[in-house]
Design a protein around this ligand. Structure first.
Ligand code: ZN
Ligand code: ZN
Length: 387
């Protein structure tokens, strides 16, 4: 239907937008300049239904097709940067030390803007497209807040689609799978309580460091011995804090970690069993343990019908050989998962070439991926809302 060549003119313009956003990164919900920039561009494309200030700095804009009655589908881009000191050495590097677009959300925003410009001009589809520009994807639950503030109902969105760039995947290729594509994300703090004292008299203490060591090893058996080996689960201890001296056995050891899984019921399992196992071990040694378990992103779950629509749209753009429709899920997470809980939809990866990895100070979004991302959005709209 469309070759990517149809989007080359838009690419040159989108490169300008992308590099401007890259030079001016903003964090979490504080995307005031970014939101202003996006809103101005949308208005300049002749889009007159633009709502700003959703989840503080989020935006939803509606483009009506001229094909006739039809559904409204949501296309989502995230806009926030990360608290990282950039080391990409690109001429368009961040001008704000300690803030950086290291996850390519500058590219995601530019791609959705490119599609907006094209769709607002052509309007050759039924129904409407809701462009969702989201703040605070990086750990601050902007996607959840936009859903809580009612965007699905207010804009009558019936299906929702997302896209992320993937370093290490060739430019011009797409990857997706039906069902879980990204893991849920939970965090926990675990306090191991003992009784401190002089390091030379361990027999007069209950050493929480030795207890913590047993707990750390024990927790790995929750994955290896208590769950089905075919069900993906990661439990990692990533923080460890004890005494600050060589000659003191501390009263407490503070541990922190993360739980990732593709199986939603394993979140309940993890919360229950981390506490039971830590308390069991600690009490066996005369100590005790407390757990604070916090749930963040759910499993990012692709729905079958919408996944098939996404595959069809990508194939029309780049051909079947460049679309991997059996991608292995990843154990990272995405707050687009909240939108997929609210409405059926699909999340797809677009190749970013051999760039540095996401969240790496040397990372940069690949501008060669822009016409593919723009083309995918356009192809998706023309597939789902065929006039
Ligand atoms: Zn990220
Ligand atoms: Zn990201």
């Amino acid at each position: 239907m469309h070759s990517v060549e149809a989007f080359r003119d838009l690419q040159s313009e989108a490169i300008g937008w992308r590099r401007y956003l890259h030079q001016n990164p903003e964090l979490d919900y504080r995307l005031h300049n970014t939101a202003r920039f996006v809103t101005e561009k949308l208005a300049s494309f002749g889009i007159n239904h633009i709502e700003t200030g959703i989840a503080e700095t989020g935006i939803v804009a509606l483009i009506q097709g001229e094909g006739g009655e039809g559904a409204t589908i949501g296309l989502r881009a995230d806009m926030d940067a990360l608290p990282i000191l950039e080391a990409s050495n690109k001429p368009w590097s961040s001008t704000l030390p300690g803030k950086m677009h290291a996850c390519g959300h500058d590219g995601h925003t530019a791609m959705l803007l490119g599609a907006a410009k094209y769709l607002a001009k052509m309007r050759n589809f039924n129904g409407s497209v809701a462009l969702i520009f989201q703040p605070a994807e990086e750990g601050a639950l902007g996607g959840q807040r936009m859903v809580q503030e009612g965007i699905m109902e207010r804009f009558s969105i019936s299906q929702v689609f997302g896209m992320h760039n993937a370093p290490g995947m060739d430019v011009g290729t797409f990857s997706i799978c039906d069902g879980p594509i990204l893991a849920s994300l939970d965090e926990f703090d675990l306090i191991v309580k003992g009784r401190g004292g002089h390091a030379a008299k361990p027999n007069e203490t209950i050493d929480p460091v030795v207890i913590a060591a047993q707990i750390i090893s024990g927790l790995q058996t929750l994955v290896s011995r208590y769950t089905n080996p075919l069900d993906a689960l990661v439990i990692s201890i990533t923080k460890l804090n004890a005494a600050q001296a060589y000659n003191i056995i501390p009263d407490l050891v503070e541990m922190g970690g993360t739980v990732r899984t593709l199986v939603p019921s394993l979140r309940d399992f993890a919360e229950r069993h981390i506490l039971a196992l830590a308390q069991g071990i600690a009490r066996g040694f005369g100590g005790d343990a407390d757990l604070n378990y916090r749930r963040h992103d759910p499993v990012t779950f692709n729905h079958t019908d919408e996944t098939n629509l996404a595959i069809a749209a990508a194939r029309k753009l780049v051909g079947p050989a460049s679309v991997n429709d059996k991608m292995r899920p990843r154990m990272g997470s995405e707050d687009f998962a909240y939108m997929l809980e609210a409405r059926p939809g699909a999340f797809i990866y677009v190749g970013n070439g051999s760039s540095a990895g996401l969240h790496n100070p040397a990372y940069d979004f690949n501008d060669e991926a822009l016409p593919y991302g723009i083309g995918y959005w356009v192809s998706l709209v023309q597939t789902v809302l065929a006039a």
